[in-house]
Design a protein around this ligand. Structure first.
Ligand SMILES: N[C@@H](CCC(=O)N[C@@H](CS)C(=O)NCC(=O)O)C(=O)O
Length: 307
């Protein structure tokens, strides 16, 4: 598939900008944050993932928008862009409001480096040492398990028929079937959680060192840029999944940086105010489970000791 704006129309529409997205999806949050920062008017189309109750992402209607069955998809005059890291660049380059692009070439290079490092590219189980987005993905699995309690099996079975990536559907079937026991050493998931944790921790050390040296409000400097948008959703994701204390215990500069992100108006609109009932219940259940469920607790304690 070619990158960036595709040369075909997937929807006849009079809306210049349409975003197909999901409130829980980390990549969708990134693009919503960008849209808020730019202040762009767009039509919002919420699409359910199995985590939020059903495989709307693999429905006939949505597969016409994206045969790959993923969100977010940004449409510009009906033509799609499929990758979130490309969507945010496209948005700033094709709208008047350029205030989140750095003015100097040097800063722009710096921004590109941090955007790429935080992206989720390709299979999240690969290239975790290159992309923080890939390494945070498996750390979300405990929250997936918690959310699956509220999703009936029959909805997962629909995905077995319609979803182009069957391995993902089988993963959710296993999460629903085994619950948190899936993180015991009998399954490969505990090893995966640990290696993803180590990879993400390394990316965070790099960011900590950068922020410490820079001593600026945001990643590139005093200007808020795409790099901050891209990291905001990663930091928020591991906090909502209960890894925040462990990952940031020795990183005071990221802690302060995250505090500033949380207080940004765009963050409140694009992330805090865009939740979902299954997500709220899942987070609540997970945070209780973390300290009581033996296999998760064991992983947490092992990681704590290893730091
Ligand atoms: N590299 C893509 C990743 C897109 C992606 O995997 N999106 C997830 C949600 S964050 C999704 O739509 N999953 C649907 C599914 O697995 O059924 C991007 O950056 O946009």
């Amino acid at each position: 598939m070619t990158t960036g704006l595709q040369n075909y129309v997937v929807e006849e529409t009079s809306d210049d900008w349409v975003l197909y997205h999901n409130n829980f999806s980390i990549c969708s949050r990134k693009v919503r944050l960008c849209l808020e920062e730019i202040g762009l008017d767009y039509r919002s189309e919420h699409i359910d993932l199995i985590e939020t109750g059903k495989y709307e992402v693999a429905s006939k209607r949505f597969l016409k928008i994206n045969p790959g069955a993923t969100v977010p998809v940004l449409l510009h005059k009906g033509r799609p862009i499929y990758e979130s890291h490309e969507q945010i660049y496209y948005l700033v380059e094709h709208t008047d409001n350029k205030n989140i692009l750095p003015s100097s070439e040097n800063d722009k290079e710096n921004m590109d480096y941090w955007v790429e490092k935080s992206s989720l590219i390709g299979n999240p189980l690969k290239n975790q040492d290159k992309y923080a987005g890939n390494s945070v993905a498996p750390l979300t699995f405990p929250l997936f398990v918690a959310m699956m309690r509220y999703v009936p099996f029959k909805e997962i079975f629909i995905g077995l028929r319609t979803h182009p990536m069957k391995e993902r559907v089988i993963g959710f079937f296993a999460f629903k079937t085994f619950g948190m026991k899936i993180f015991s050493s009998l399954f490969p998931f505990s090893k995966l959680l640990k290696s993803s944790f180590f990879n993400l921790n390394q990316h965070l050390y790099d960011l900590e060192k950068h922020l410490e040296g820079k001593k600026s409000l945001w990643i590139v400097g005093e200007e808020f840029t795409l790099a901050d948008i891209s990291w905001a959703v990663i930091l928020h994701r591991f906090h909502e999944c209960g890894w925040g204390n462990l990952l940031l215990a020795d990183k005071p500069f990221i802690k302060k940086y995250y505090f500033n992100l949380l207080n940004r108006e765009s963050f409140k609109v694009a992330i805090d105010n865009a939740s979902h009932p299954i997500l709220t219940k899942g987070i609540d259940d997970l945070h209780k489970t973390f300290s009581t469920q033996s296999s998760l607790k064991e992983i947490y304690t092992q990681l704590e000791k290893s730091k």
